[in-house]
Design a binder for this molecule. Structure first.
Ligand code: SAM
Length: 317
């Protein structure tokens, strides 16, 4: 299928699939529990805190939209807020169809299957061919499978993971269900850090708010804090870095300050769109690859079900 046709399929499949899922598969929400109310209160506190982090204009708009959506809708349905759906949810996108079948045909499916079971937090849109899961879970699991096939590295077995731009925390939750037991750091914009806290706490993952060095998840929006936290990680710990469609959506200046923190890691899973609102990512990541190839063994792959998008997988050489 050529690129234009593929994008038509991706778009129409999402539109029709989401409509069908809403008609036939949506479950009513129960009454909010005391825990739901407590998490909502915490989310409100975080979302009303002022913040001065700078980012690309499109993400400035998205950050404002999160705050507006929170005021307008029930947080227990946050996976249906327009901002979350538009910026970080594939739901029934046609791109997920080949990914789902590739997962099912993988010899690793027995391991992936329980991990892609949707825990149901956030009122997710079920994936129509496999309603026990959702498009994002399958999509993220597919990244992990491709990474493992190409690099021989299972990211769930790392001792430390740093994720740049973790969306609402789906990859972090998935890796924990796949057996990750170490320290997981997500660096993101404050509004999305707040959503991650809401999502991961709802799932019962251990979240650290202090400088704990115990296994668990640390959510940050401050680079100095991340640098300090990584300073407490033993040198011999196996470390993985994940940035899917996130570093590629951030300013160059931030990328340059962030990447030195993870360039010595054992495994690096990046995915990006060739161009993003006038930003030439292909050129940027080509240069990054060239300047680190003495230390990192890179493989770049076009993602055929998302034309114009690429994986960049790295392993310490
Ligand atoms: C398109 S979403 C991708 C989310 C997730 N990685 C995925 O693949 O589904 C982009 C992510 O990058 C984060 N992001 C965008 N600009 C950022 C910045 N300047 N600093 C930190 N995170 C940023 C967003 O908040 C969001 O979590």
């Amino acid at each position: 299928m050529n690129g234009t046709l593929m994008w038509q399929f991706v778009k129409w499949h999402k539109l029709i699939g989401d409509r069908l899922a809403d008609w036939f598969l949506r479950k009513p929400l129960p009454e909010p529990s005391a825990r739901d109310k407590e998490l909502e209160k915490q989310l409100r506190e975080e979302l009303t805190r002022p913040s001065s982090v700078t980012t690309l204009p499109i993400w400035v708009a998205f950050r404002e939209q999160v705050r507006r959506d929170f005021d307008a809708y029930d947080p227990r349905t946050f996976l249906r807020w327009s901002i979350v759906r538009h910026s970080m949810c594939l739901t029934n996108s046609g791109a997920v169809v080949p990914e789902y079948f590739a997962l099912r045909n993988s010899p690793q499916w027995p391991r992936y299957q329980p991990a892609v079971e949707d825990p149901g937090v956030g009122d997710p849109v079920p994936f129509i061919y496999y309603p026990r899961s959702n498009g994002n879970l399958l999509h993220h699991c597919y990244h992990l499978m491709r990474f493992e096939e190409l690099t021989g590295t299972d990211l769930s077995q790392m001792e430390v993971i740093v994720e740049f731009g973790g969306g609402y925390g789906n990859m972090c939750a998935l890796l924990h269900r796949l057996g990750f037991k170490g320290r997981y750091f997500i660096y993101d914009l404050p509004e999305f850090t707040a959503l991650q806290r809401y999502y991961l706490a709802s799932l019962g993952l251990p979240l650290h708010t202090d400088g704990s060095t115990a296994p668990g998840v640390t959510l940050l929006s401050d680079l100095d804090q991340l640098r300090a936290a990584l300073g407490t990680v033993p040198d011999q710990a196996r470390r993985g870095f994940i940035a899917t469609w996130s570093l590629s959506e951030s300013p160059f200046e931030l990328r340059e300050r962030f990447l030195p923190l993870v360039e010595s890691f054992d495994a690096l899973l990046l995915a990006f769109q060739g161009g993003f609102y006038g930003v030439d990512n292909s050129e940027y990541f080509e240069q990054f690859r060239a300047r680190t190839q003495d230390r990192i063994q890179w493989t770049k792959q076009h993602i055929s079900q998302s034309p114009g998008n690429y994986y960049l997988f790295g392993r310490r050489a």
